[in-house]
Design a protein around this ligand. Structure first.
Ligand code: PHE
Length: 345
């Protein structure tokens, strides 16, 4: 029995020494020290021994076990150290290598244009209002003095979802909604930026989805001269103090009178070029005095209140300001285009 134990010990120690990794070492542990291992087997056979021999044998078995587990522990520490060393060796970092550049994004030029316009109007006491892009026919057209079948609806080819619901064709429905909500509070001074949709074929100057910024001021004694003064401040702040503005008579069903505003062409200085199509002027927005029918429909007394409204396309403003020749650049997200605006951050 003693010999058998000695043999087992030698055998186990050898296997421990030969273990190449922690997994193999564990197998040796289970094989020799486990319940089904040969040492447990020897212990079971002790019943056959005499009373004097039994304690001696017991001590020997313990000694052998102790020795084996101690050796396993030592080997385990050795293997673990080796694994760490190997990992460190294979993962060395060359701190002298240059770092990888991190690409930093910029704000979209359109976002910046809109924020610039917003800031300007906020400075003049306006508040920002928003409304739904999926809009009711009522707010998009009817409340704006465009009843069903009105020929001016053709000016804005629409994406209808149902007979009564469509993708808004302009931001003017936010006017109607704000006036309806606000009627008891009297005066209003808002700008409404947002996406709008029209059934247009995309080309250099058209996009089926684009942005608008609407402005609306309602109060007592609001006059056409207030509109003109406001638009003049806007044009000079955005395009430069040297710009002139002019208002031309126009037509919108929700304003009366209606105008379109032009700014003087900076490229030719007013003498006429390709950009201003030889006129010296560039059209930038539509505006007018809120139509009495619109005031009435949204609960305002047109005898007491008047107002003005204007609507512009920030893409067009940005195109003129930065010399961008195609509206599609805003929506195709070519980084070569976008990163040119990083310097304006
Ligand atoms: N909503 C008009 C359009 O999209 C623009 C506009 C707004 C005109 C407000 C006058 C007043 O064409």
């Amino acid at each position: 029995m003693q010999e058998r134990l000695q043999e087992l010990q030698a055998e186990a120690l050898k296997k421990i020494e030969q273990s190449a990794n922690v997994k193999e070492l564990n197998e040796v542990r289970v094989a020799y020290l486990g319940k089904k291992g040969p040492i447990t087997e020897v212990l079971r056979g002790m019943g056959k021994l005499s009373a004097e021999e039994r304690p001696k044998m017991g001590a020997l078995v313990n000694e052998v076990r102790e020795k084996i587990s101690q050796k396993i522990e030592e080997k385990q520490a050795e293997l673990e150290d080796a694994a760490v060393a190997e990992k460190l060796a294979s993962e060395t970092i060359d701190v002298t290598l240059p770092g990888r550049p991190v690409k930093v994004g910029t704000h979209h030029p359109l976002t910046k244009m809109i924020e610039e316009i917003e800031d300007l109007f906020i400075g003049m006491g306006y508040q920002i209002a928003e409304g739904p892009e999926v809009e009711q026919d009522y707010y998009n057209f009817e409340a704006l003095n465009l009843p069903k079948g009105h020929p001016a609806r053709d000016m804005q080819d629409s994406f209808y979802i149902t007979e009564e619901i469509l993708l808004r064709t302009h931001t003017s429905p936010v006017q109607a909604r704000t006036m309806e909500e606000n009627q008891s509070k009297g005066s209003i001074r808002i700008i409404c930026p947002g996406k709008v949709y029209r059934r247009d074929n995309d080309d250099a100057t058209h996009s089926h989805q684009f942005m608008q910024i609407e402005g609306l001021v309602v109060g007592e004694n609001i006059r056409m001269s207030d509109l003109k003064g406001t638009l003049e401040v806007f044009a000079k702040k955005i395009f430069g103090e040297d710009r002139e503005i002019r208002l031309r008579p126009s037509f919108f069903p929700f304003t009366e009178p209606s105008v379109e505003m032009d700014i003087s062409c900076k490229i030719c200085g007013g003498t006429g070029c390709n950009v201003c199509k030889g006129t010296g002027w560039i059209e930038i927005l539509g505006a007018g005095m809120v139509h009495p029918n619109v005031l009435q429909m949204t609960g305002y007394d047109p005898k007491k209140y008047t107002g003005f409204a204007f609507g512009m396309g920030p893409e067009r403003i940005a195109m003129l300001k930065y010399g961008i020749d195609d509206i599609r650049h805003f929506y195709t997200n070519d980084v070569r285009f976008l990163k040119q605006f990083a310097k304006h951050e």
